[in-house]
Structures are given as C-alpha cells and as structure tokens.
Ligand binder design. Structure first.
Ligand SMILES: C[S@@+](CC[C@H](N)C(=O)[O-])C[C@H]1O[C@@H](n2cnc3c(N)ncnc32)[C@H](O)[C@@H]1O
Length: 349
C-alpha cells in the first residue's frame, strides 16, 4: 500500500510538473468550508454592492453581532471578504485580493449573485443606505457655505480640475454632459465651453443653489439643474455622452450602485470620468468633510465599473502634498455589438 501511495504521488508530480503544495490544499479547504454554508453565501450576496459594518450586517440578518463576527472571520480567512476600518467601525466588503483559487472564487460569487435576496433583507439594506444618505445630505446642508474650505483640507478643485479638463478635451462626443455633485460649480464653465447640453445633478438643494449661483455669476446659460441622485437621473431617461463625478463617490451610501446607475445613462461610446481619493486612513475626513468612505482602492472602482458593464479607460494618479492621493479614472460604455459600424459600410460612406 505504501509503495502504491508513493507511486501515485510520484505520478501526480510528473503529470502536473508541480511540487505538492500543502498551503494550496489548505486554502482550498478553507475556501470551500467558508462557502459551504447558506448564511455565509447570503452574506456574500449582500456584500455584492456595498460594504457594511458587522453591526449593520447583524441588523440585516437579525442575528447577534458575535455570531455575525464569527461568520465574517471565516469568510475573511478564506479570502472572500476583506475588512477595513472606516471611522469607529470595521467595514466588510468582498475582497479584491488575488489568490491561487481566483477561478473558483469567481464561480462561487457568480452563483451567489444569481440568487435573489429576500424582501426583508432588501428592505433592511435600503434602510441602512437611507441613513447614510441622510448623514451625507445633512453634512452638505449644514456646511454648504463653508464647504470649499473644508474640501480644500483634503483635495482642492485646482489640484485635479486641470487633469479633468484635459481628459474632457480628448473625448470625441460633444453632445450632452452630466455633472454629478457639482459642489460649488467650478467645472460648469469648462463643461459649457465643450458640450451642447450641460446637466448638473445634486442631491443637496443647498449645494445645487451654490452651483446655480456660480453659473449665474459667470453668466453661463442653458444649464439644467436637477435636484436628485443618480437613481433620479436614471428615471428621467437621460442619455449622456459624458459624465463627470468628481469627489462624490466617497459621500454616497452605495458607490457601486451609483456607478451602476450612471452606466445606465451613458450612451454607447460614452465616458464616465471619476475623480476620487485613493484609499487612506485619515479618519478626521469623516467629521471635517462629511466623508462616508476613506477613499477607494483602484481595483475596487474597476470591479464596480466592470459589474456595471463599463470597461477601464485611462487612469492617472495624483499624489498631493498632504499625503492624500487622487485617482482620475475613465470608464467607457461599449457599443452594443449590433450597432458597431462594419468596416465595409464605413468604407462605403
Ligand atoms: C465633495 S463635493 C464635490 C464637488 C465638486 N464635484 C468638486 O469636485 O469640487 C460632493 C458633492 O456631491 C454631492 N452629492 C453627494 N452625494 C450625492 C448623490 N448621491 N447624488 C448627487 N450628488 C451627491 C454633494 O451634495 C456635493 O455637492
């Protein structure tokens, strides 16, 4: 028997050309154990579009926090979720780290995502996101008049505005542009010079008033100001050639949903330009600047864009003197296969 075992492992070595790797088997077993439980799969499903603190997850699943923490520990050990401190809480999200079993992990997540969530779970997620929105809107309501000074503590518009305008100059289409979260409105003048139609969308009435005031002072005509969020933009049936989203995502309750909404209003070939803080640990930004999230990992933004059907375009990183880093990303809406002009028909024109 011993001889047979020996010859089997020798054949495995010869067949695979690999050296027996106990770590890989251990990791595979950890992954399968973590995934082998319906509640943990449902937790992964909930984390599809958002990050939640353990306390929020225990509310969503109506269970005790220490039981939830146990499940999160197993998922983290398996590399299925990662944790990060944001303010006083540790938030859990799907991991973007690569491992030797990425293929299997992807299959598990695809299968998980094909299962719908129960109404009660959806309702509880919705309630948490509403609370986050209320916190963010209250910050901008209370700080509209001193918003710029607060914002400049982290990344002032001049530090990324030029790069945004340079990227806009390279875009082919000049029809409609949507600016989400215009803040004080500094970008509006540049948008008016480059696009036939400019729409400014903000979920804070006070901030929208400031952007309107900026436009009036500069005599910028023909801007549509819409009070609402990106879900409202989708429901108006808007179709945009370009979208700018500068320093907004870290104020939104569910950044992945914002990107998914914006993908729906982007025309084929259209470009979503995102300026965002890279992940950081300067917690004071939450109280001083109303940030819900301490920046984002570049891969996290790419994953949300991919999930929304967008492809990665240009990417630029701008380190700032105060230790923050800004990422300027471009995500492109593909042409549906049927509408891509064929080479022959192009030649015939
Ligand atoms: C930090 S400011 C950025 C302003 C400007 N884009 C800039 O780069 O200076 C964020 C802006 O986004 C708006 N905002 C936050 N969440 C939003 C949402 N879900 N939908 C629309 N606007 C939002 C805020 O009211 C505010 O005007």
């Amino acid at each position: 028997m011993a001889a047979m075992t020996h010859s089997l492992s020798a054949r495995t070595l010869a067949d695979n050309g690999a050296i027996h790797d106990a770590d890989a088997f251990n990791h595979l077993a950890t992954l399968m154990k973590a995934a082998g439980d319906p509640l943990r799969l449902e937790i992964l499903r909930v984390l599809r579009n958002n990050a939640f603190a353990a306390l929020e997850l225990s509310d969503i699943f109506a269970m005790r926090q220490n039981a939830m923490s146990h499940h999160l520990k197993l998922l983290a050990r398996a590399g299925l979720v990662s944790s990060r401190r944001e303010g006083t809480h540790i938030f859990y999200r799907r991991s973007t780290q690569h491992s030797s079993h990425d293929g299997l992990r992807e299959q598990i997540l695809n299968a998980v995502d094909s299962c719908p969530l129960g109404d009660e779970i959806v309702e509880r997620i919705h309630r948490i996101e509403e609370e986050r929105t209320a916190t963010s809107r209250e910050f901008f309501r209370a700080n509209a008049d001193k918003f710029r000074a607060q914002q400049d503590l982290i990344a002032g518009y001049p530090q990324y505005g030029e790069a945004v305008v340079a990227a806009l100059d390279k875009l082919p289409a000049r029809g409609t542009v949507l600016e989400v979260g215009p803040g004080e409105g500094e970008l509006l003048a540049d948008l008016c010079q480059r696009f036939e139609r400019v729409i400014a969308l903000d979920n804070s009435a006070e901030m929208l008033d400031r952007a309107r005031g900026f436009a009036n002072a500069r005599q910028l005509a023909g801007i549509d100001f819409i009070h609402g969020d990106t879900a409202a933009a989708v429901s108006t049936g808007l179709a945009s050639d370009a979208i700018t989203l500068n320093m907004v995502l870290h104020h939104t309750p569910s950044p992945a949903s914002v990107i998914a909404d914006l993908a729906k209003v982007l025309k084929p070939g259209g470009v979503l330009l995102v300026t965002e803080l890279c992940q950081h640990d300067q917690d004071w930004a939450r109280s001083a600047c109303g940030d819900l999230w301490l920046g984002f990992d570049a891969e996290e933004l790419s994953q949300w864009a991919r999930a929304a059907g967008l492809t990665d375009g240009g990417c630029e990183f701008m380190p700032l003197k105060n230790g923050f880093r800004v990422q300027l990303r471009q995500f492109i809406q593909a042409f549906p296969k049927t509408t891509v002009p064929r080479r022959e028909s192009l030649q015939g024109v």
